[in-house]
Design a protein around this ligand. Sequence first.
Ligand code: VAH
Length: 314
Amino acid sequence: KILITGANGQLGSVLTTKLQGIYGTDAVIATDIKFSASFKGNFEFLDATDFNSIEGIIKEHNITQIYHMAAILSANGEQQPLRTWDINNKTFLNVLEAARLNGVDRVFFPSSIAVYGENAPKDETPQDFFLVPTTVYGMSKASGEHWANYYFSRYGLDVRSLRYPGVIGHQTSPGGGTTDYAVDAYHYAVKGEDYTCFLNETASLPMIYMDDAIRATIELMEAQPETIKTRTSYNIASMSFNPAELQQAICEIFPNFKMIYKPDFRQNIADSWPNSIDDSEARKDWGWQPNYDLKAMTKDMIKHLNKKYKTENA
Ligand code: VAH
């Protein structure tokens, strides 16, 4: 059986539905610290900062795989640095130790391009580069990568990880990240409203469509163990764009859509991250290939959001 922490989060909830579709609803135990009334399937309340709670669920349900999706993201994390460090690290260490002690077969750890800092090359940032993250979120993801590598090397625990770019999807709202502007902009455009963007128009960042991010996660977890050569975390990429390029792509469908630029503290976070990343190792080791570029993502996002707002206003 598969345990997902943070199952009500931006990625966790889409991943839960996808895994239910592949393995069957009964095979997936979705957990979070907040309940979602619309959730369908097996849900259990879980505060992953409590080791005994995690170990209890693993034993009760004979968990063989864990997707640890719970974390405080970059922007929210900067409002509460010590709590973010504590929660992001304690939850992952609990997952690793409970997995090791209870024969869990495979663990997924979501890392992020937020592990890179100002010192790294901005374009096509290489997989192996000295990490100097400047957000607590990025620091916690960089330390998580090292813990993943340690549990693999010392205990043989099969931990796998991806450095997600900014993830954009229509299914869920983002939760306190620096790339959330790209999701919000589509919602405003579909509602016919202008969008005030918290980054400036030239802030280029690596991004990925939700469907590609979820497919990459499952492809990585289903890959033969011997193909996984990187046990810290793999870069994956699909596109990079800045807010002006997003506005242009949306205007091809909504010509009157406007973005107003009012950068806030999140601009400093975006400035510390790469513009684009090199994901050649993921392509070589386990065959990563993105399907969506900015044009295809924009078409699909607007198609789904049009439906969502039509049914909501029906
Ligand atoms: C964030 N969405 O903005 C996350 C992600 C690369 C960005 O890590 O914090």
